[in-house]
Design a protein around this ligand. Structure first.
Ligand code: ZN
Length: 156
């Protein structure tokens, strides 16, 4: 009896991610498949749900709207901060990106939008906010998670 995807299983899959214009955003092609513990929010909700019940060798196409993906673009995520906030960084240029800790403790990516003297305009929206995500997925393998993986909440 072969496994189908559900809670506490480790899924290995190849995927290709494109936007609505067909531009490739990300892909596992030519590298190792993505391996994750299913049912724990380790991948975006809009992709995790339709994988339920799929079996090894299955292929599927999933379209994830921004609300189920990386969220909508929020105006309030664009802010002007003082240059002194970037302690230890000598050159601040438009287009640079940083990883910063957000108010809820999670890591967020910020991009420099504008530099005017000491005023630095940053955009803390996720780079994929507002983007409809189109996944082409192929399930490579499915296995039971170990107790340690379940305890940790991720694949080893
Ligand atoms: Zn672990």
């Amino acid at each position: 009896m072969s496994l189908v995807i559900g809670e506490n299983l480790i899924v290995s899959m190849h995927y290709k991610l494109t936007d609505n214009d067909g531009n490739e955003i990300d892909s596992s092609e030519g590298s190792d498949p993505l391996i994750y513990l299913h049912g724990k929010g380790n991948i975006i909700a809009g992709l995790e749900k339709p994988l339920n019940g799929k079996a090894e060798g299955d292929t599927l196409q999933v379209t994830v709207e921004p609300a189920e993906g990386y969220g909508e673009v929020l105006d309030e995520m664009v802010q002007v901060v003082a240059r002194s906030e970037f302690d230890g960084i000598d050159e601040i240029e438009v287009g640079m990106t940083f990883e910063a800790q957000g108010p809820d403790g999670s890591m967020q990516s910020i991009e420099i939008m504008k530099v005017e003297g000491d005023d630095i305009t940053i955009d803390a929206n996720h780079p994929l906010a507002g983007v409809t995500l189109n996944f082409d997925v192929e399930i490579v393998s499915i296995r039971e998670a170990t107790q340690e993986e379940i305890d940790h909440g991720h694949a080893h």
